[in-house]
Write a protein that binds this ligand. Structure first.
Ligand code: ARG
Length: 458
């Protein structure tokens, strides 16, 4: 069959070329948006007198019926159509006859696809935001339950200073809060209607682009038609935001994997989110976290792929741009999948404060406090640091921790040491004393909890 776009060519392409050219296998998911856009287009064409009210009525009713039939399953998408835009127009024309052929007045698939994608991603961003919030809520719940439980904080993956488990989890809430902000920014810049830019140069009809944009819920219109049809910045922005979000999930994954290892055992993931091994009966594998860590590469790939596709494209539309959809769809699907499984996995994980405390006690994570003690007694920090280092070395050699070393031993290193040292190097007090804003003291952790609760309320 000749193509709907048969013109100067006969529209009789080779089957291989058809398959190669076709995007319906993936753009069919924008059917609802395509129809919604077409309804607004028909209304605008009537409001401006380009189409008669009767024609617009027929088109609108036909489109709505088409959508209802798609949703009920009465109508199936024809995979032999080139893309979703062609399918909708073809089906409408099949049903309405010549009136159906009037819908494509004063528009092109170039502005149509740019519109559909914005409408589609606008909805997806809302879903993503809700899922991010669910994960934040799960982290927050755990943070509240463990706001006073001590764990060793690490730098270089070496035990460094005591922090509360709640403080550590709240760090991830902060990252996710920024992810929410990035999604919001993306949605804001996406909130510009390209429809009416037509193929590339605008149109000779007296259309009302602002009315059409308003009908579709956009705050503004693209002011340059060439830019309107060629702009895919919103896809790149979304992919960037999602890449950063996945990087955060990947860091959390790494910690969950480490923490659930025998070596740490700071947490136990629920059976529902743990797999066994086909040959090793003792295994509890954190597959979900590993998969999320792995899928991060895939989302970065989507970003790199599209950046590279768009690089060097001359204005305006080029078929290369058809490659945009699979990249963003894949990234959106992947992130939704990961967030969906992370929220319940985090919510159901069991923390082991006993194991955390044990690790916190054995790692000299109060050595900074030992030095600070001497500083408060008048020694310059660098000298205090030196003495503390020597004491730590002595304890290590003797299989002791700082809390256990008798005062006589301390006095051999400095006459400044006195009985008041011990409360200063008690692990819990080391955590509680970190009262600077944003630190790990209970007061600060509670302030963070309140801040995240505020974000979740919105
Ligand atoms: N399927 C196309 C895409 O996704 C729609 C736009 C086609 N425009 C064109 N001039 N061939 O980009």
């Amino acid at each position: 069959m000749a193509k709907m776009w048969a013109g100067v060519t006969a529209g009789m392409t080779d089957k291989l070329a058809d398959d190669f050219n076709s995007s319906i296998a993936f753009d069919c998911r924008m059917a609802r948006q395509d129809i919604r856009g077409s309804v607004a287009h028909a209304k605008m064409l009537a409001a401006t007198g380009i189409l008669s009210p009767e024609d617009a009525e027929a088109l609108t009713a036909g489109l709505e019926q088409l959508l209802a039939d798609l949703e009920s399953g009465a109508l199936a998408i024809d995979p032999s159509c080139e893309d979703i835009h062609m399918f909708v127009e073809q089906e409408l024309t099949k049903r309405l006859g010549d009136v159906g052929k009037k819908l494509h007045t004063a528009r092109s698939r170039n502005d149509q696809v740019a519109l559909d994608l914005r409408l589609y991603l606008r909805d997806e961003i809302k879903e993503l935001q809700a899922l991010v919030k669910e994960l934040m809520a799960a982290l927050l719940e755990q943070a509240k339950a463990h706001k006073s439980d001590i764990m060793p904080g690490y730098t270089h993956l070496q035990r460094a200073q005591p922090v509360s488990f709640g403080h550590h989890l709240l760090a991830y809430c902060m990252m996710l809060q920024r992810d929410l902000g990035r999604l919001k920014d993306t949605a804001k810049r996406m909130d510009v209607s390209p429809i009416g830019c037509c193929a590339l140069a605008g149109t000779t009809y007296a259309t009302d682009r602002r009315l059409e944009a308003e009908l579709l819920g956009f705050s503004d219109i693209a002011l340059n038609s060439l830019d309107g049809v060629s702009d895919r910045d919103f896809c790149l922005e979304l992919l960037s935001a999602l890449s950063i979000l996945m990087m955060h999930l990947s860091r959390l994954s790494e910690e969950l994997i480490l923490w659930s290892s025998w070596e740490f055992k700071f947490i136990e993931l629920s059976d529902a989110y743990t797999t066994g091994s086909s040959i090793m009966p003792q295994k509890r594998n954190p597959d979900m976290a590993e998969l999320a860590r792995g899928k991060t590469g895939r989302v970065y790939g989507d970003l790199m792929g599209l950046l590279t596709t768009l690089k060097g494209l001359p204005l305006a539309y080029n078929k290369d741009m058809q490659e945009d959809k699979e990249a963003v769809f894949d990234a959106v699907d992947t992130v939704k999948l990961c967030l969906g499984v992370f929220a319940p996995m985090v919510r159901t994980m069991r923390a082991r404060p006993d194991r955390m405390l044990e690790a916190a006690r054995g790692g000299f994570i109060n050595a900074t406090d030992l030095a600070d003690y001497l500083v408060k007694k008048g020694l310059p920090f660098r000298s205090a640091y030196m003495i503390s280092g020597q004491i730590v070395a002595k304890c290590m050699a003797g299989g002791k921790v700082l809390e256990d070393l008798p005062l006589e031993e301390y006095k051999k290193f400095s006459p400044l040491f006195a009985e008041d040292l011990y409360p200063e190097i008690d692990i819990r007090s080391c955590m509680e004393k970190r009262i600077s804003e944003g630190g790990t003291s209970l007061k600060s952790v509670e302030a963070q909890i309140a801040a995240i609760e505020e974000v979740l309320k919105k």
